[in-house]
Design a protein around this ligand. Structure first.
Ligand SMILES: Cc1ncc(COP(=O)(O)O)c(C=O)c1O
Length: 398
């Protein structure tokens, strides 16, 4: 047996004819820029996420960039974010001439720690200089948005959610003693999504979306998306070409209605992993699946909590990570490390002095995490095969 980390072919099979029909129709229409397919995707995603607006953009990276541009982030500003993420999170900040400030992560969820954020926000050095906070909902699970929202309100700083990996993920949001369950991307000033093919809602190329409630902010982002001009050749602000391609919209419109079922399948796969890994009797020293996360969600809110984790990645923590990864790859089990180097240790920020920062929880996560296949079409047999190989590795290592 061979189990790849991701197999897009199985998902494509039943949708291929409908996607091709939509794309053929688009080609014949010759309406190749924005248009009705993009508008349909924007309203579909906005409705699903629970926001008033969705603005389709060229990628998740450009979603972050355009959202920060709309909030006027620029040279001299700081943006508070997590060191444990994909490069696009901090790339969007740096490309605007602003600087990232890091708060370490939480050990179980791998998301930014509100306690660490509070320390940064309380530091007199940064008072009045932090233009935005940017939590990342990593692997498909929302950051602690109740605590983050409370901090953002206290310091009057807008939140930009990097929800690239977490479309559809829900979390409880308690404000002024009232709790509501909200989807990723609907809790900050702007939510940024990626339709990179490996995402839970993946296109047939690059694409992204910004979800926004505020009418004025949505209008500004639409202007920024087309070179900062609301009419051709008159440019009120500086923007870029951040338009989503309607071919992507045509494909994604076919996929969007299936997203809840795909989330369910990913969740069932994750549950089976947790069950089988527990049966293996591996010690916490050897391996830690995200069981704590799973149990917490079940206790919290029944049905409302169903999408608490949408498992864009199923990530285990393991002590002999690199050896286990090599063993699994050699035994036809796809797996990958997201991410081996935290952002403050990246070479591209060395000349800013960021490499000397200490973020112990993120650094340990970078040394210990391993993503296993969790895509919806995975069979039970395939999951058994993955776990069997993990078990064999530790049996040999003992
Ligand atoms: C956390 C995070 N932010 C931003 C992005 C950027 O999205 P894209 O690849 O669509 O530009 C990604 C994509 O992998 C991501 O995982």
């Amino acid at each position: 047996m061979r189990v790849p980390l991701l197999d897009l072919k199985e998902q494509l099979k039943p949708l291929r004819a409908e996607m091709l029909a939509g794309i053929t129709e688009l080609i014949d229409s010759t309406a190749y820029i924005l248009g009705e397919r993009v508008e349909a995707l924007e309203s579909g995603v906005a409705e699903y996420c629970g926001t008033r607006h969705g603005v389709g953009v060229s990628s998740g990276t450009d979603a972050l960039l355009a959202a920060l541009m709309a909030l006027d982030v620029g040279p001299g500003d700081f943006v508070l974010t997590t060191p444990y993420t994909f490069i696009a999170t901090i790339g969007s900040i740096l490309r605007l001439g602003a600087r990232p400030l890091f708060a370490d992560i939480e050990p179980l969820s791998y998301n930014i720690s509100p306690a660490a954020m509070r320390e940064v926000l309380n530091n007199p050095r940064w008072q009045g200089r932090i233009k935005a906070v940017m939590p990342v909902h990593l692997y498909g699970q929302c950051a602690d948005m109740t605590a983050i929202t409370s901090l953002a309100r206290q310091y009057d700083i807008p939140i930009v959610e990097d929800a690239a990996q977490a479309i559809g993920a829900v979390c409880p949001l308690t404000i002024d003693g009232r709790t509501v369950w909200r989807r990723a991307g609907s809790m900050g000033r702007a939510g940024c999504f990626s339709f990179f093919p490996s995402k839970n809602l993946g296109g047939i190329g690059d694409g992204g979306m910004i979800t926004v409630d505020d009418d004025d902010l949505a209008a500004l982002i639409r202007v920024i998306r087309v070179h900062g001009g609301s009419s051709n050749y008159f440019h009120a602000v500086l923007g870029g070409n951040f338009r989503i391609d309607p071919i992507q919209a045509a494909a994604l419109n076919v996929k969007l209605p299936h997203l809840p079922d795909w989330h369910k399948a990913r969740r069932q796969n994750a549950a089976l992993y947790c069950e089988l890994l527990a049966e293996c009797g591996l010690t916490a020293d050897e391996i830690t699946p995200p069981t704590a996360v799973y149990a917490e969600a079940a206790v919290l809110g029944g049905e409302a909590a169903a999408d608490y984790h949408v498992y864009n990645q199923f990530v285990i923590r393991c002590r002999q990570r690199d050896e286990l990864r090599d063993y699994l790859l050699a035994h036809d089990v796809g797996c990958a490390v997201y991410y081996p180097v935290p952002m403050h240790k990246q070479a591209c920020v060395a000349d800013m002095g960021l490499n000397d920062l200490r973020m112990p929880v993120a650094e340990l996560a970078a040394a210990e995490t391993l993503a296993l296949p969790v895509y919806p079409e995975l069979s039970r047999d395939m999951i058994h095969f993955v776990v069997e190989n993990i078990y064999n590795f530790y049996r040999k290592a003992r």
